[in-house]
Design a protein around this ligand. Structure first.
Ligand SMILES: *Cc1c(COP(=O)(O)O)cnc(C)c1O
Length: 362
């Protein structure tokens, strides 16, 4: 059995053995030269990944930490939460839990957000921050982030806070060119690292806002992250072993180059969509939840025929040695999700889809 290519969860994703092994490097002190040099080596690769000239912040937390950080530093008054799935709903709930006033603009799970509808909601200037999830990992929808950023900025001085946890590194996300005010991700999705690191970029306008917000907390204070990032340090003790894995993974990503990495993800996504069509043509009534043109490059959510459940398909795949995911939240039993992201290849995906064919046509 191949030692890589059987684990297709939409996070955490499969991690290459050499990247895992890098975590066994000896400890280094976090205020010493060694750590500064390590962070200085890592930084340019992260900036290439985020398509930014801003420093990329690194936190020892899961991605949720920087979702909270984005809101605590970037929202002064009322937040508009664009909700079209479980993770964007979580972003909304985090806003409320931070004591912010927040309204959800909810569209059907499986649909993308429409910039015109967002423009209507923003007219009147009630909101000064908008949250959105780039790739909704529960539904497999890819929101039109670039257009949404244009819409938000055209409405006044509102900012767009982007959760690109299953976007960045697997789908185009041009942080600076698209004018994204905050972009955040976590290590365990398209970056194919172990869980435990979160990454974020904040534009200067966010730091100006943060400076006026007294209650922005300590652990995710962007002003602290900025100050330390500029010196190739972190505000607190970093997750040293994970940073070693990150360095190894950045070397792999740089060797592949971002355009090739993204093209590989697009090819895996297209292969998965094509497979669903093949199944339909052979009489298995399944379909891709997200509409054409708004499908994630990293995760596909497939609506199952009524005689199958997500957990049953999952279990059957498990018995064949493969890991995929049942649906998420209210889609748990009616859908399955395939995470075709990180370091997987189309060839590995083909093997998975062959196994899945036997399971769904049984
Ligand atoms: C996984 C995921 C999160 C949460 O990430 P954690 O690392 O578990 O905090 C948030 N948003 C999206 C879109 C995700 O896929």
């Amino acid at each position: 059995m191949a030692d890589f290519g059987r684990f297709f969860l939409p996070g955490p994703t499969e991690v290459r053995a050499d990247v895992l092994a890098a975590q066994c490097r000896p400890m280094i002190g976090h205020r010493g030269k060694g750590m500064e040099e390590l962070l200085a080596r890592i930084q340019p690769g992260l900036q290439r990944l985020f398509c930014t000239s801003r420093p990329v912040y690194i936190a020892a937390s899961s991605a949720t930490g920087f979702m909270e950080g984005a809101l605590r530093n970037g929202a002064r008054r009322r937040v508009l939460s664009l909700v079209n799935g479980a993770f964007s709903d979580r972003f909304h709930k985090i806003a409320l839990a931070c004591g912010l006033e927040a309204d959800a603009l909810t569209v059907e799970w499986g649909a993308p957000h429409d910039p015109a509808q967002v423009a209507d909601a923003l007219a009147g200037g009630r909101y000064d921050a908008v949250t959105v999830v780039h790739s909704e990992t529960s539904t497999g929808v890819l929101n039109p982030i670039r257009e949404l950023a244009e819409t938000v900025h055209a409405s006044g001085d509102a900012v767009l806070l982007v959760d690109s946890v299953t976007g960045l590194g697997g789908a185009p996300c041009d942080t600076d060119a698209w004018g994204l005010d905050v972009v955040l991700t976590g290590s365990q999705k398209a970056m194919a690292l172990p869980p435990g690191l979160a990454f974020a970029v904040a534009q200067p306008n966010i730091l100006e806002r943060a400076a006026t917000i007294p209650g922005r907390g300590v652990y995710f204070d962007f002003l602290e992250f900025e100050k330390y990032a500029l010196q190739h340090q972190t505000p607190n003790t970093p997750a040293v072993s994970l940073l070693h894995a990150l360095e190894a993974q950045i070397a792999r990503m740089d060797a592949e180059t971002l355009p090739v990495r993204l093209a590989r993800h697009e090819a895996m996504a297209r292969r998965t969509w094509g497979w669903v069509e093949e199944m339909q043509a052979r009489g298995t009534p399944m379909c891709i939840l997200a509409p054409e043109g708004y499908r994630s490059w990293t995760v596909t959510t497939i609506a199952l025929p009524t005689h199958l459940t997500g957990s049953a398909v999952n279990a059957a795949m498990k018995s064949l040695g493969f890991t995929i995911s049942a649906g998420y939240g209210k889609l748990k039993d009616t859908t399955i999700r395939i995470g075709h992201m990180g370091d997987h290849t189309v060839e590995e995906l083909d093997v998975l889809l062959d196994a899945l064919t036997t399971v769904v046509t049984r």
